[in-house]
Design a protein around this ligand. Structure first.
Ligand SMILES: [Zn+2]
Ligand SMILES: [Zn+2]
Length: 369
C-alpha cells in the first residue's frame, strides 16, 4: 500500500467544498470504480476502497473537521473504527468476486460442507495387475476432531451465537447511498463463534490423521485406471458428507511382456536352425512356463498365439492370449566346422528354398532389365 493520499485529492474536490459537492463527487466516483463495473480490476478495487475511505471522513462534518486540523480523523489513536470498515470491505469484495480472491481463507457457506476428494497414486507390479488382489494404503487426511466432536469448542463448552451478526452470518452496513449485506467478519458467516477453542484441533474441528484403507485391485486392471472409494476422502464440515478417494493405478512395466488390451506380447529369439528346422521350446507366460512348438520355416515377425495365456479381462470377459513374436538370430561366431558345413549348405541352395529372396530379385529384374 502506498502512503495515504489526501482525501480531498482522492475525491477531486477542493478544501472549501460544500457537503453537497463532496457527496456528489463521491457518488460519481463510486459509480465509476464500483467493482461490479470493473470485475477483476485490482486498481479499480483499490480506488473504490480509497474513495470509500475518503468519503467516510469528509462526508462526516465532525471527522472532516478533525481531519482538516490534524490530517487524520482520530488524532492519537489512529483511525478509530476504521479497521472494521476496511476489513468489512474485504468481505464485500469476497462476496462479489467469489472464487477470484483465492488467497483468502474461510468459506462463507454457513451450512454443511462436503469433505474434499482425495487422490492417491498407487504403483503396482505388472503381476499384481494380472492377478488382482488387495493393497493397504495410508491416507493422510483431515478427520473430525474426537476431542470436541468436530465443534472446535473446548470440552464442556459450546460454540456461542455470534454477537456481531446475532447468528445470521451477515451484517448490513450502509455507506453513503450504498447499503451492502456482507459476510460477518467475526464468525466468517457461520453465525457461531468458538470462545474457548479445543486445544487438540485449535478450534478447527478437524485434525490431520492417517488412515489405512484397503484397496481392492481388480484382476486385469490397466495402467491409469482410477478407482473410486466412495466416502474415503476428507471428512465433511458441520455434518456434511465426506469426500471420495480416487486411487489412480500405475502399472510398472514388465521386462518380458508388453500389454495390448488383454493380450500379452513377448518377443522370443530363436536360432536360425530352430527357425529352419522347427523346434519345441519353453517360453515364459505370466503364470509360468509352457511348451511352444516353433514350426519349421518360421520367420522373424511370425506370431504364435497361445490361447488364454494373456491377462484376465477386467470386466470378467475371459482372458486374452499370449502372442509369441519370433525373432530369428543369425549366428555371429562360427567355428571352422560350422563354417565348413554352412558353405556346403550354401552350395546346395537352389533358390527354391528361399521364396522371399527369389521373389525380390525377380521384381528387380522386371523393373531394370
Ligand atoms: Zn457473525
Ligand atoms: Zn477439537
Amino acid at each position: 500500500m502506498n502512503a495515504k493520499r489526501d482525501y480531498y485529492e482522492v475525491l477531486g474536490v477542493d478544501r472549501e467544498a460544500s457537503p453537497e459537492e463532496i457527496k456528489k463527487a463521491y457518488r460519481k466516483l463510486a459509480h465509476q470504480y464500483h467493482p461490479d463495473k470493473n470485475p477483476g480490476d485490482r486498481s479499480s478495487e483499490e480506488r473504490f476502497k480509497e474513495i470509500g475511505e475518503a468519503y467516510e471522513i469528509l462526508g462526516n462534518p465532525e471527522k472532516r473537521a478533525t481531519y482538516d486540523r490534524f490530517g487524520t480523523a482520530s488524532p492519537g489513536r489512529g483511525f478509530e473504527g476504521f479497521g472494521g470498515f476496511e476489513s468489512g470491505f474485504g468481505s464485500i469484495f469476497d462476496d462479489i468476486f467469489e472464487g477470484f480472491f483465492t488467497g483468502r481463507a474461510g468459506r462463507t457457506t454457513r451450512g454443511a460442507q462436503r469433505g474434499a476428494d482425495l487422490r492417491y497414486n498407487l504403483e503396482i507390479r505388472f503381476e499384481e495387475a494380472a492377478t488382482g488382489g488387495e493393497k493397504e494404503i495410508v491416507i493422510p487426511r483431515m478427520e473430525s476432531c474426537h476431542a470436541c466432536r468436530g465443534t472446535g469448542a473446548k470440552a464442556g463448552t459450546q460454540p456461542v451465537t455470534c454477537r456481531t451478526c446475532r447468528g445470521t452470518g451477515q451484517v448490513r452496513y450502509s455507506q453513503g447511498f450504498l447499503t451492502v449485506s456482507q459476510t460477518c467478519g467475526q464468525c466468517r458467516g457461520e453465525g457461531r463463534v468458538v470462545e474457548h477453542p479445543c486445544p487438540t484441533c485449535r478450534g478447527l474441528g478437524q485434525v490431520r490423521a492417517e488412515r489405512t484403507v484397503t484397496v481392492k485391485i481388480p484382476a486385469g486392471v490397466e495402467n491409469g485406471t482410477r478407482l473410486k472409494l466412495a466416502g474415503e476422502g476428507e471428512t465433511g464440515v458441520r455434518g456434511g458428507p465426506p469426500g471420495d478417494l480416487y486411487v489412480v493405478i500405475t502399472v510398472k512395466e514388465h521386462p518380458l511382456f508388453a500389454r495390448q488390451g488383454d493380450d500379452l506380447y513377448c518377443e522370443i529369439p530363436v536360432s536360425f536352425t530352430q527357425a529352419a528346422l522347427g523346434a519345441q521350446i519353453e517360453i515364459p507366460t505370466i503364470t509360468g512356463r509352457v511348451t511352444l512348438k516353433i514350426p519349421a520355416g518360421s520367420q522373424t515377425g511370425s506370431e504364435l498365439r497361445i490361447k488364454g495365456k494373456g491377462l484376465p479381462n477386467v470386466r470378467g470377459y475371459g482372458r486374452g492370449d499370449l502372442v509369441a513374436r519370433i525373432f530369428v538370430e543369425v549366428p555371429t561366431h562360427l567355428t571352422a566346422k560350422q563354417r565348413d558345413l554352412l558353405e556346403q549348405y550354401a552350395r546346395l541352395e537352389d533358390g527354391a528354398g528361399s521364396p522371399l529372396v527369389q521373389g525380390f530379385w525377380e521384381k528387380v529384374k522386371a523393373i531394370f532389365d
